[in-house]
Design a protein around this ligand. Structure first.
Ligand SMILES: C=CC1=C(C)c2cc3[nH]c(cc4nc(cc5[nH]c(cc1n2)c(C)c5CCC(=O)O)C(CCC(=O)O)=C4C)c(C)c3C=C
Ligand code: FE2
Length: 436
């Protein structure tokens, strides 16, 4: 790959100080855009106005931008945005390697343009301009591209198929819909503005042309930046604080757990991934419906026992506050384990799975009321790791049999995608595979 230098970034707004990176990292969720806008209740009611010396509108949520170019693709380590679209495509019959490469080039060029800072006019690719995002800044838009196992057979690239893309095993609790699972290509779009996210989705669909058609699409959301009194870990639709014990970017082993090492294809421990995946990651995508009516029948105390953490502030039931290390051996005054044997955080913990870990970066979804009369709602669970056989698979195997939470969940769709490294100026994502 050529240079991975970041594109030009504008000066930080006055309230941020010069040292704050625009590429927000996990752990500082919600920091961008938290300041300054209120809807007036008195004189001028209904008009958004800035308070104090706060920034003007486009310097808050709208102006935050995450560079598309870089050694890693964007949309993996940054906090999940307020709006997300996950889309899988199948190549049209006759789409060969060259035509697939042209799609990836068009997609990358469009994503590069849309994620640029500055005037809204320059963040819309002229060829696909529908003016949906015309007045908005990039709003932390990320567009992330991946390849499914079936892509390699369709394009004559089976010699380059990563071992790590072996189909996920069946799990006893699965109720998977094949039409909403897998796919040749996968795109994850996230933005802190709904129109910016929708616009990016339309642009990507138009840039696909006739080379592929949408296999499935899922739409998700998270809390908006600035919605809480202070930046904090988000909540899921069961009301739990979710994401606390994710691996952190400054953990010593973070890079090696989440990204394929540079020695892939050659060095020890790299057999699962070929060299073109060095610096890439594997995304496991699961649409997990929450059986919310049953869940809501539990008392808060029972719900907390199922997870192993307090619902109000996410503190582990072994004591302390949200980020206090979990003590799985702690016994309460009644002689029982503080964190129950089937508590979700016990069964999922790296300590219970030979060290297996993944970076969870999910969106909630709500698609109305299901045919059963209950909310069709849950989690678009996206887990990132250097090798799914050492991340998602052992953990899900354990959860499948022994997790108290699984009684309230239904895994309805599944996908596994190889997400190659990022690209530099003039390059496109997947170039090393498609031109290698
Ligand atoms: C296979 C992996 C996992 C699936 C599937 C999964 C689904 C799922 N989880 C929640 C809610 C929470 N999960 C939490 C922690 C947690 N979950 C996993 C893995 C899967 N979860 C891990 C590895 C962990 C961390 C365990 C640890 O080391 O402590 C938590 C607690 C807060 C946190 O640490 O994030 C919640 C809450 C739901 C609702 C869900 C499916 C819909
Ligand atoms: Fe979990």
């Amino acid at each position: 790959m050529k240079s991975t230098k970041r594109v030009h970034e504008p000066a930080a707004p006055a309230d941020q100080g010069p040292g704050i990176s625009r590429r927000r990292l996990l752990g500082t969720a919600g920091a961008a855009g938290a300041a300054g806008l209120v809807v007036g209740g008195g004189a001028g009611a209904g008009v958004a106005r800035a308070v104090g010396d706060g920034p003007t509108a486009l310097t808050t949520v709208g102006s935050a931008h995450i560079p598309f170019e870089g050694a890693r693709q964007a949309g993996i380590v940054e906090p999940a945005q307020a709006h997300g679209h996950l889309v899988a495509f199948d190549l049209a019959p006759g789409t060969d390697r060259k035509a697939a490469a042209a799609v990836l080039r068009r997609w990358s060029d469009a994503a590069r343009t849309m994620t640029q800072p500055g005037n809204p006019e320059v963040t819309t690719p002229a060829a696909y301009d529908d003016q949906v995002a015309y007045d908005a800044g990039p709003s932390s838009l990320t567009v992330t591209f991946g390849f499914g196992r079936s892509f390699f057979g369709r394009t004559g690239l089976t010699a380059h198929l990563p071992e790590a893309l072996a189909p996920l095993p069946d799990f006893a609790g699965d109720a998977l819909d094949p039409k909403r699972s897998n796919g040749d290509l996968w795109v994850q779009i996230g933005a802190d503005d709904a129109l910016v996210a929708f616009h990016a989705l339309r642009v990507i669909q138009k840039a696909t042309g006739d080379a592929a058609r949408v296999r499935w699409q899922m739409n998700g959301f998270n809390r908006a930046p600035g919605a809480t009194a202070h930046p904090m870990t988000g909540r899921n639709l069961m009301g739990q604080i979710d994401g606390t014990n994710n691996p952190k970017p400054d953990d010593a082993d973070f890079q090696q757990r989440i990204f394929v090492p540079e020695h892939a294809g050659g060095g020890a421990g790299s057999s699962a991934s070929p060299a073109w995946m060095a610096g890439g990651s594997y995304a496991v995508v699961r649409r997990i419906r929450m059986l919310l009516d049953s869940w809501d029948h539990l008392s808060v105390a029972r719900q907390e026992k199922v997870i192993g953490r307090r619902k109000s502030d996410g503190a582990p039931l072994s004591g302390g506050t949200e980020f206090t290390p979990v003590d799985l051996d702690k016994v309460g005054p009644d002689g029982a384990l503080a964190i129950a044997g089937d508590a979700h955080i016990r069964v999922a913990a790296p300590a219970s799975n030979g060290g297996a870990a993944m970076l969870r970066r999910a969106f909630s979804y709500h698609d109305g009321i299901g045919t059963d009369g209950a909310p069709d709602a849950g989690l678009l669970f996206v887990a990132w790791q250097a090798d799914p056989v050492k991340g998602f698979v052992p953990v899900q195997r354990k959860l499948d049999g022994g997790d108290g939470l699984s009684r309230f969940l239904r895994h309805e769709a599944s996908g596994l995608f190889a997400v190659p490294p990022g690209c530099g100026p003039g390059e496109y994502v997947g170039q090393a595979l498609l031109e290698g």
